[in-house]
Design a protein around this ligand. Structure first.
Ligand code: NAD
Length: 319
């Protein structure tokens, strides 16, 4: 089964369902990508920070060599890490990431966080992570406008077909839209029933950006990281509202959560190792919840955010 696509403001079509690469182990990454392509996935959501772009590229290369897919049928996403926000750093790091993947353009390249950190030479430490040499957060003075202007040059130079942002607030998005020569095509944000962010989603969609939801299953992804709030929050899969809708539609709770997002026009990027779940997660577009049911799920909102630098012990209060 293949995912339907969504038209971006750049004119390109983006698969609505993709495969996220965060916490995908280096030793299994190539195989996971290969199997995901076999299962029908075409979009892969990577990042410098995930530390697995070389392995991801190997999986892609094997799938292309074996004739499963062509490069032009794939939609490869990567992200600019915080330590490369200064204008002159953007082109070279994007080039390095492309070479890690073994490709010559990204379908979408995203500013990972609205946080500029002091440059770290990739020869010294890669991926650089959040802390500087001192073990503390070391900020850089690069404004987002400088970073965005350099992102636009990636499109001019053919290194990225579309560019986008992640973890941006509506205020910051408003600012970017004032000066953008090339508008962000997508906004990637944490989005699940415990963190609905209705105003931000509506604003981005009104402005013609496609919103991509990450961590669609809420706390589940953060249990392995021991994020306190995730352990305290009840599992979404067990929530009576989600469970009863799953029973009504003969779907899994995971599918209900993904459909709740895709039916409102968002893209989703879950990952799984399990062949059955891989297939399930792709089957989240061809059936509908009722409008009232979409509202019932949205009513679970309690502003509970799991992917917050503060939660990882870093004083970067962006949210
Ligand atoms: P996820 O959507 O991958 O889900 C987390 C867990 O759900 C996984 O451990 C998986 O085993 C399990 N799972 C998947 N499908 C299932 C199913 N059908 N039934 C039961 N369990 C299932 O969560 P995530 O990794 O937090 O987010 C997805 C992707 O979003 C990431 O891989 C990454 O690409 C992206 N992301 C981006 C940011 C950002 O700052 N931009 C932050 C976090 C994640």
């Amino acid at each position: 089964m293949a995912s339907p696509t969504i038209k971006l403001n750049s004119g390109y079509d983006m698969p609505q369902v993709g495969f996220g690469l965060w916490k995908v182990n280096n030793d299994t990454c190539a195989d996971q990508i290969y199997h995901a392509i076999k299962a029908g996935y075409r979009l892969f959501d990577g990042a410098c920070d995930y530390g697995n772009e070389v392995e991801a590229g190997k999986g892609i290369a094997r799938a292309i060599t074996d004739g499963l897919v062509t490069r032009s049928e794939l939609f490869i996403v990567s992200k600019l890490w915080n330590t490369f926000h200064e204008g002159p750093r953007v082109g070279p790091i994007c080039q390095k990431q492309l070479s890690d993947w073994g490709i010559d353009y990204f379908d979408l390249y995203i500013v990972h966080f609205p946080v500029a950190l002091k440059y770290v030479d990739p020869e010294t430490r890669y991926p650089p992570g959040w802390s500087g040499e001192s073990g503390q957060i070391e900020f850089s003075n690069a404004p987002i406008q400088e970073t965005w202007t350099a992102m636009e040059k990636l499109v001019d130079g053919g290194l990225a077909r579309s560019i986008g942002v992640s973890n941006f607030s509506a205020q910051l998005l408003m600012d970017v839209l004032r000066y953008a020569r090339i508008r962000p095509a997508t906004l990637q944000i944490e989005h699940h029933p415990y963190l609905v962010q209705g105003r931000l989603v509506e604003y981005a969609q009104r402005e013609g950006l496609v919103v991509t939801a990450y961590s669609s299953f809420g706390p589940l992804s953060f249990l392995e990281l021991d994020v306190k709030q995730a352990v305290a929050a009840g599992p979404l899969f067990e929530h009576p509202v989600v469970k009863s809708l799953a029973a009504k539609y003969a779907k899994t709770p995971a599918q209900v959560l993904l459909r709740w997002a895709t039916q409102r026009g968002l893209a989703v990027i879950p990952k799984s190792n399990d062949p059955t779940r891989l297939r399930q997660n792709l089957e989240v577009t061809g059936w509908d919840l009722e409008q009232g049911e979409i509202g019932e799920i949205a009513a679970l909102d309690c502003g509970l955010r799991f992917n917050d630098p503060i939660g990882y012990g870093m004083y970067v209060p962006i949210f």
